[in-house]
Ligand binder design. Structure first.
Ligand code: SF4
Length: 441
């Protein structure tokens, strides 16, 4: 059987797609890039923004036409568009064979005629051939219920995987050439809550009734010495869950990259309250300073929503000023779009006109382009260790420790760690030339 998986959305969705593909591959199915050649087409969807949902609906329209032309194939929709109740989706898209909630692979495997009871399946390829990076979900779901966000309704409550299970997965990847893992969670520092108390011994978590549950710091220590592993990243931080213990561990462990993605979402307390983010701006700044005090040159990334319900010019200006002050390495910015089923959709008016949202979006993008450009200029003539991810259009590409994209020329191969001298820097990437001596593993 040939299958095609279409994916949109966050890294968690990418990880889910790779896992599903691993299960299908293990059963002898063959991946194809062309949906028109596939016997099974899976859409792995995202609901965080309206635009992402619209793209999935567009894909469904194309698949319906293919069916109309007499092509016989099965269609599965999984991911965040599928909630606990799918009657509405069934009514709107009666030609879809199966709807599966995020990480619920069994209905899709069943649709492919595969008995899924054979235990764990983990990816053996990671996107590009020989790609040296892998995503590892460590905590699923979210308990925070920010008013604009659909994730807790679609991915459920926070649930951590055990350290042993995650360690085995990381060992499996590294035995196949992976050198960098990204530990994923919607709120990754919440990792461990609800797990068995105990303590770390020789990299394994031993449950007992005297200890405390593990946290992200324990998890990082547990996987740190997996043979072959060179870099550990983690995403996404929720400000209130960040602890000094975790930041100290990031500072201490050489393989953990000093790069933090801490969404602030808005730089104004009234907006943060309407979003129910659970912190004030002062509390956010405290966490930001806690990181910077321990790791002065940590790379900082944040997320911003502009045009949230009731956002005034003054409130938006506070966000703009915050970004000017904190000078993030990178800002992911999006204009607010109401998501049916969320608290904001039920209780707050989406009253910022679309053209104002666009103006604010562009203002943040321009500000960020300038700041990123200035930050990256400081890296001119520096030497950066780059983990090579692929070669396209005659040049190699990978990321430095801070997670910045680096394109370079010279001798390299996918999966190698190469030292690159930076000769050019833009807001979005660094460019340079490989230095002859490889970095010792
Ligand atoms: S922390 Fe808030 S924004 Fe992030 S996934 Fe949870 S509810 Fe959504």
């Amino acid at each position: 059987m040939k299958y095609h998986i279409w994916t949109v959305g966050c890294q968690m969705n990418v990880a889910d797609t790779r896992k599903l593909a691993a299960g299908l591959d293990r059963a002898g199915c063959i991946a194809t890039d062309a949906p028109e050649d596939a016997d099974l087409v899976v859409l792995n969807t995202c609901s965080v923004r309206e635009h992402a949902e619209d793209r999935a609906i567009g894909q469904l329209g194309r698949l319906k036409k293919l069916r109309g032309r007499g092509r016989e194939f099965r269609i599965a929709v999984m991911g965040c568009m599928v909630g606990p109740r799918d009657e509405d989706l069934r009514r709107r898209f009666p030609y879809v064979d199966v709807f599966a909630r995020p990480q619920d692979f069994a209905p899709v495997m069943e649709l492919a005629g595969i008995d899924d009871s054979g235990g764990e399946f983990w990816p053996t390829t990671f996107g590009e051939p020989n790609a040296p990076t892998a995503y590892v979900p460590v905590i699923h779901g979210c308990d925070k219920f920010c008013t604009y966000c659909i994730v807790p309704y679609r991915r459920g409550r926070e649930k951590s995987r055990t350290i042993d299970e995650i360690s085995r997965e990381v060992e499996h990847y590294c035995a196949r050439g992976v050198r960098e893992v990204t530990l994923l969670g919607q709120t990754v520092e919440a990792y461990g809550r609800g797990l068995e108390p105990g303590g770390l011994e020789a990299g394994r978590w031993r449950a007992d009734d005297r200890g405390r549950p593990p946290d992200l710091a324990d998890l990082m220590r547990a996987i740190h010495d997996v043979p072959g592993l060179e870099r550990i990243r983690f995403l996404t931080s929720y400000p209130k869950d960040m602890t000094a213990r975790i930041v100290d561990t990031v500072a201490e462990l050489p393989k953990v990259c000093d790069s933090f993605n801490i969404p602030v979402q808005a730089g104004d307390d009234a907006v943060l309250t309407r979003m129910r983010r659970g912190y004030t701006l002062a509390e956010y700044l405290e966490k930001f300073e806690m990181v910077k005090a321990r790791i002065a040159d940590a790379a900082m990334v944040t997320d911003i929503i502009v045009g949230f319900c009731g956002e005034t010019d003054a409130e938006f200006r506070h966000t703009y000023e915050l970004l000017e002050r904190l000078r993030f390495d990178k800002v992911h910015v999006a204009a607010y779009s109401p998501r049916p089923g969320t608290i904001a959709h039920r209780t707050l008016a989406d009253d910022v006109p679309p053209e104002v949202k666009q103006e604010r979006l562009q203002a943040i993008e321009q500000l960020e382009a300038r700041i990123s450009f200035e930050i990256n200029q400081r890296l001119l003539d520096s030497e950066q260790d780059v983990l090579v991810e692929h070669r396209r259009e005659g040049r190699w590409s990978g990321r430095n420790r801070a997670g910045k994209l680096v394109h370079f020329e010279g001798d390299a191969e996918t999966g190698a760690m190469v030292r690159v001298r930076i000769g050019r820097a833009t807001a979005w990437s660094l460019q340079g030339t490989a230095l002859p001596a490889p970095v010792p593993a």
